[in-house]
Design a protein. Structure first.
Lengths: 282, 282
């Protein structure tokens, strides 16, 4: 094989937001993303980790071509893309899709699941109605739902099923890159496991590239190839999953590890011992 | 240790078009003074409903029956709502999953905590203000005097949850119920909130019930664990034996759904376990 093909690359991406402080107040600029560079190879997963407010969702919006970057270069499949100055084409829209965190908020409650899946085909392709229907049906079964779910509304589904619908909708246009913005953090652990398995199966089947955004290191460890840790708009550490998990360099990464719940028996025993020794137990 | 809360054969049924649905089906739960009990289960397992039934917070459509429901030597079953109110909200308090939704957006957080102090403890406005500052400091809110004047939307999710905890411990309850207290929060904040809850539990010598779906949270906090599935109790054990030698297939399923247990492989889901192990238990 030739050199690994980069699906998406960001060079020195920044994003500022300007806040106006009333009529006479001075405006304030917030630097949400400060000079972030990254690259993801085809079929791989880049995980972006950080707590709320670190700019990871802003970066996700830039990668998904929802918001333009303030400065920096974004390359999709090697071609520079700048949505602030060029028209969004249908082909470009089909390249990158996103799945949001909250499947209760991201699905239109008044639209049937089938219509939801077919809508992106109507907007972005010339596929005739029977073909649209067929592709939507096929996608439903692909994400583990049933053809009879086609005519149902979102409120008839559980959280995990809704996230499957959101994933199906994102995949309708055969995107090369899927941005997953905390796709499992609103779900129960057991449902989370099902959705993570699904994501992994879909990646293998379609050779998908993922940008996976999360604050949960145990999920990242399960899914990611490369990991990038962000803190207040900057990348503090990045590297392969194995390197980062075996030998975290930055103090903030270590703090994240310390906050992740430990479920091995030794750790529980140590905690119980500390608790028994605490004088306040009396 | 003295038993603080004792519930035997609790059943909560809702009437549906398809006949009565038992959300909780004959559950026994007891908590001793100064104990941390975790109730674990997926959504729909009835873990929240059981505690809401004790609190009397369920709608009238719920039919609650129990053989015994006793708190601190007093029988809760024959009590009128009025008599119950002397206990609920004073000796038993609760915090919920969504701190933003639990606080009233129209009033400052200071007003909301002082309201509790004035109404329930009969404090004067001045005493309530002073005590509110102390409570905010106790739950780790920086600049408590300033923060009292903030509205919920001006605070982060973690800060709001701290306010909720401050309100819940305002009357020195004997039992604090935390219903998924950290599910909406980031891991670093989750760690802080869990540490705070256990710390307060030890300092005030109260009992704590943590309702969660996350075995990680259980490992970090609990003394004893009740595992609940489809309205029934599957297993009850101290935290160490639960993680060391889980007795039921369902508990093993919950444990193996933790992403750190399946690096590189597939995550097993609850349905894998429940199908292959059908009939093994009870």
């Amino acid at each position: 094989m030739a050199a690994p093909e980069l699906v998406i690359e960001g060079r020195d991406i920044t994003r500022d937001y300007t806040l106006r402080a009333g009529l006479f107040g001075t405006s304030r600029t917030i630097h949400a993303v400060k000079g972030v560079s990254f690259a993801v190879e085809r079929g791989k997963t880049l995980a972006i980790v950080g707590e709320s407010g670190c700019g990871k969702s802003t970066l996700a919006r830039i990668i998904t071509l929802i918001d333009p970057a303030t400065s920096g270069t974004l390359l999709i499949e090697g071609k520079p893309v700048d949505i602030a100055h060029q028209r969004m084409t249908k082909a470009l829209r089909a390249t990158v899709q996103i799945v949001f965190q909250n499947p209760y908020g991201s699905l239109n409650p008044r639209q049937k699941v089938g219509d939801m899946l077919m809508e992106s085909l109507i907007l972005n392709t010339d596929a005739p109605a029977p073909e649209r229907r067929e592709r939507a049906m096929a996608m439903l079964t692909k994400v583990g739902l049933l053809p009879e779910h086609f005519n149902r509304y979102p409120h008839m589904f559980s959280g995990g099923q809704r996230q499957r619908i959101a994933i199906a909708r994102a995949l309708m246009l055969n995107p090369r890159l899927l941005v997953l913005d905390e796709p499992v953090s609103a779900l129960d652990l057991s449902v989370q496991a099902q959705v993570l398995n699904l994501l992994r199966d879909l990646q293998d089947e379609f050779n998908l590239t993922y940008v996976f955004i999360s604050h949960d290191l145990s999920v990242v460890r399960y899914l990611a190839d490369e990991v990038m840790v962000m803190l207040s708009g900057e990348v503090v550490e990045s590297g392969s999953r194995d390197a980062l998990f075996s030998d975290p360099q930055h103090a903030y990464t270590r703090k994240l590890f310390a906050a992740t719940p430990v479920t091995d028996v030794g750790a529980i025993r140590a905690r119980l011992a500390r608790r028994a020794a605490a004088p306040a137990a009396q | 240790m003295a038993t603080l809360l004792e519930i035997r054969n609790l059943t909560v049924a809702f009437d549906t078009a398809a006949g009565p649905f038992k959300a909780v089906d004959g559950i026994d739960i007891s908590v001793s003074a100064r104990e941390v009990l975790a109730i674990v289960g997926e959504s729909g397992s009835g873990k929240s409903v059981a505690m809401l039934a004790v609190m009397g917070l369920l709608p009238d459509t719920a039919k609650v029956t129990a053989d015994v429901m006793r708190f601190d030597g007093r029988d809760l079953l024959p009590m009128t709502d009025r008599e119950k109110r002397a206990i609920i909200g004073r000796e038993i308090t609760i915090i919920f999953q969504e701190p933003m939704a639990s606080l009233n957006p129209c009033f400052t957080v200071g007003f909301q905590i002082e309201e509790v102090l004035r109404r329930i403890l009969g404090m004067s406005a001045r005493e309530a203000r002073a005590r509110a500052v102390e409570l905010f400091a106790a739950v780790g809110i920086p600049e408590p005097e300033e923060r009292l004047r903030s509205y919920p939307h001006q605070m982060s999710g973690g800060q709001c949850q701290r306010v909720m905890i401050a309100i819940a411990i305002a009357c020195n309850p004997k039992l604090l119920i935390a219903d998924e207290p950290t599910t909406a929060l980031d891991v670093t904040i989750q760690k802080q909130i869990l540490d705070l809850l256990v710390d307060l539990q030890e300092k005030h010598g109260m009992a704590l019930i943590i309702i969660t779906h996350d075995m990680g949270v259980v490992a970090e906090t609990a003394d004893r664990v009740v595992v609940q599935y489809q309205g029934r109790k599957m297993e009850e054990a101290d935290v160490l034996s639960l993680f060391e030698t889980p007795k039921t297939a369902y508990t093993r399923a919950l444990l193996s759904a933790l992403p750190e247990h399946a690096i590189g492989g597939r995550l097993s889901t609850v349905s894998d376990f429940m199908e292959t192990h059908q009939g093994e238990e009870r």
